[in-house]
Write a protein that binds this ligand. Structure first.
Ligand code: NAD
Length: 300
């Protein structure tokens, strides 16, 4: 059985902000989940959801129909695939690895080729929708790689997301995700500028946001992060450091393909300014503090 509703065994590696919610939704959908993270406490906290703790990558992987990875950056995924005791040495029984992190498309293609040599399919399937989308099983999932492997993975994707799209060959899921991140960063910058302008004019910011959400300036960022920006709540969410990682990947891709991205360059500078002021572990909405400083309009 491998239709969209059939249940399987998933090894889940990376139980962080996103991975925790995604693993829980896989379990809620009836899949058997075995979870591994270098932070054992993150895995143990999943016991109430019927998720088993794995002691190692091999323990999570060998009996699984598929392994899902949700890790911070390219070297972390490479370590889980290539490292001592990693997936190349201990591939899943179902011969399917699905990386849902945001990482470099070139690294995806290399890992895909290495795993293909031992008969294991590798999908790059990054996500959009943030921790709220992850919690609500409402992620947008953009997958690159073999079409038959994508169909095998669909039953797992449908437990975590609502928009599930095969976008092309290996690495193209990440290419689409980088386009997504470019829009998110520049959109957040536009919101910062609008809030700074409105604040200086003495406009009530919650009311400004409400009006904007009812018109053509509405966006996910304004909807989900706007209230935190206005209240000065910098808790993460999606960390400034992770967005800087994504903007670095965007810049690499742009350089390799000769595409000028002036607006992305500018917003990257502002994210770097945020990190230089100690905001790296804060949520993306803390970009507004760059505007607080530039405008001298910081809230009392
Ligand atoms: P996170 O840092 O909260 O979680 C990553 C987890 O991986 C941590 O629990 C960490 O301990 C674990 N880990 C690191 N190296 C490991 C290893 N070698 N073996 C096992 N576990 C290891 O990150 P996150 O916010 O969940 O993001 C994960 C990925 O998803 C990133 O690539 C990020 O860019 C992307 N993403 C994040 C969001 C978001 O809103 N947070 C949204 C979309 C995509």
């Amino acid at each position: 059985m491998s239709d969209e509703t059939s249940k399987g065994v998933v090894g889940f590696i990376g139980i962080g902000t996103m991975g925790r919610e995604m693993a829980i939704n896989l379990a809620k959908a009836g899949h058997r989940v075995k979870a591994y993270d270098v932070r054992r406490e993150a895995v143990d906290a999943l016991a109430p959801f019927g998720i088993d703790a794995a002691a190692s990558i091999a323990d999570a992987s060998t009996a699984a129909d598929a392994v899902v990875t949700m890790l911070p950056d390219t070297p972390d995924v490479e370590a889980v695939v290539h490292g001592d005791g990693g997936l190349l040495a201990h591939p899943p029984a179902g011969r399917l690895v699905i990386d849902m992190s945001t990482i470099a498309p070139g690294a995806v293609r290399r890992m895909s080729a290495d795993l293909a040599r031992i008969g294991v399919a590798f999908l790059d399937a990054p996500v959009s929708g943030g921790p709220i989308g992850a919690r609500n099983a409402a992620l947008s999932i953009m997958a690159g790689g073999d079409a038959a492997a994508f169909e095998k993975a669909r039953r797992f994707f449908s437990a975590m997301g609502t928009t599930i799209t095969h976008v092309g060959e290996s690495g193209s899921g990440q290419a689409v995700k980088l386009c997504n991140q470019l829009i998110c960063g520049i959109n957040l910058q536009a919101i910062c500028e609008a809030l700074a302008l409105g604040r200086a004019a003495g406009v009530d910011l919650p009311r400004l946001r409400e009006v904007l959400m009812g018109g053509s300036a509405a966006s996910w960022m304004l909807d989900k992060l706007g209230p935190q920006m206005i209240e000065g709540d910098a808790s993460a969410g999606f960390r400034i450091d992770l967005m800087l990682k994504d903007l670095r990947l965007v810049a690499q891709q742009a350089a390799e393909t000769n595409v000028p991205l002036p607006a992305t360059s500018l917003v990257t500078t502002q994210y770097l300014d945020a990190r230089a002021h100690g905001e790296g572990s804060n949520g993306n909405q803390a970009l507004f503090r760059v505007y607080d400083r530039m405008s001298g309009q910081a809230p009392a």
